[in-house]
Design a protein around this ligand. Structure first.
Ligand code: HPA
Length: 235
């Protein structure tokens, strides 16, 4: 089984798998759609009802683990910090900086008598990378690669000074949900790639304040990103 974990509004942007279903895990409920070959997990649950810092990332990943998922493409709407990914462009994350706090970010917290230190040196899988690139090309899309994603806790947006600091630290894009999702996927040994699409210049980089792309453009991008992921997982 293959999987996609996607963000806000994807259930409206993609016709897939005959409707949303819910399954209980030991960490909590998960909303998903499935066509038997690929399962799509709705990160924020139906209708974007859960804020980024309150998402049960462990439930979403435990659901994939318990269904024998071995490959997963995660997708994110992000803000642009550098011109490596300007608004409306799609790209692939190659590394992250985790600035989240207070989230349940591991399956190995010692409660079950297991403490494990999962390596994060090369988080992203090369074979899956090639499949995603091939899929994008066949859909006429050119991806920006080698992006560093910084995860902030949210739900507030950043200050201009924070964004200047994040750029100095090496971040290209900012979002609120890549961690601890990726940490957990790696903890259970699921192979991953992360696609992102930019919907705004981050705070302080646009004279107008933070302005987001039109809702229709976001929906179109969300659909294209889903198609890239979905086709890649079937190659
Ligand atoms: N900041 C944090 N998360 C985001 C942004 C942003 O500017 N845009 C989309 N997700």
């Amino acid at each position: 089984m293959k999987a996609i974990i996607a963000g806000t509004g994807v259930e409206k942007a993609v016709p897939f798998g005959g409707g949303v279903r819910t399954e209980e895990t030991k960490y909590g409920p998960v909303d998903y759609m499935s066509d038997g070959e690929v399962v799509l997990v709705l990160r924020h649950r139906m209708g974007h009802s859960v804020a980024p810092h309150l998402i049960d990332y462990r439930a979403n990943v435990e659901f994939l683990r318990s269904h024998g998922v071995d490959e997963c493409v995660t997708t994110y709407a992000v803000g642009s910090i550098t011109s490596k990914l300007s608004p409306t462009r799609i790209g692939l994350v190659s590394d992250f900086i985790d600035f989240t706090s207070g989230r349940k970010s591991t399956f190995f917290d010692g409660n079950a008598g297991i403490v494990k230190h999962t390596e994060m040196t090369s988080v992203y899988d090369n074979e899956l990378l090639l499949k995603v690139l091939k899929s994008a090309t066949s859909l006429g899309q050119t991806l920006s690669t080698g992006l560093v994603y910084i995860t902030t806790n949210g739900p507030r947006l950043e200050t201009p000074a924070e964004i200047r600091a994040y750029r100095i630290l090496g971040a290209d894009v900012v979002g609120m949900t890549l961690n601890p999702e990726i940490n957990l996927l790696r903890e259970v040994g699921i192979t991953v790639q992360s696609l992102c699409f930019s919907i705004n210049w981050a705070a302080g980089l646009d004279e107008e304040g933070v302005s987001f792309i039109e809702e229709e453009s976001e929906k179109r991008l969300s659909r294209i990103v889903f198609d890239i992921a979905n086709n890649a997982l079937r190659l």
